[in-house]
Design a protein around this ligand. Structure first.
Ligand code: ZN
Length: 124
């Protein structure tokens, strides 16, 4: 793997970008739960985790966003561990149909506004 490929496949945003995202996402972008920063072993369910809105590892990667000068905060969020581990690699619209989301009333209309923008751009 050459240096350029490694950069393109980066999935972790730079620390200053994560800082900005953390300032925006004070509650889980999906369920609205107040989250704990930093990640806490004693309260994993409420801990904030880095979430990639895209569900395909080879698509819209953080690295290519950085390389193209696009805003990484439009594809990366913080969400709670519970939501993150339930969604796994499903698309957002698919995930919203699952029992987890329907029981918690997580849907297009209830998630953070920038998540709706992401769905409008990539999942519709
Ligand atoms: Zn959540």
């Amino acid at each position: 793997m050459n240096e350029e490929t490694k950069k393109v496949k980066t999935t972790r945003p730079p620390d200053d970008v994560l800082e900005k995202i953390r300032g925006r996402d004070t509650v889980c972008v999906y369920c609205g739960k107040k989250m704990i920063y930093p990640w806490s072993k004693s309260n994993i369910a409420d801990s904030a985790e880095i979430e990639h809105l895209n569900h395909r590892k080879d698509w819209d990667s953080v690295g290519s966003y950085i390389r193209d000068g696009k805003d990484v905060s439009t594809i990366v969020a913080y969400c709670c561990h519970t939501c993150n581990s339930d969604r796994r690699d499903q698309s957002l619209l698919e995930w919203f149909k699952t029992p987890y989301c329907t029981s918690k009333n997580i849907k297009y209309d209830t998630v953070a506004a920038f998540v709706r923008d992401y769905i409008d751009a990539y999942e519709k």
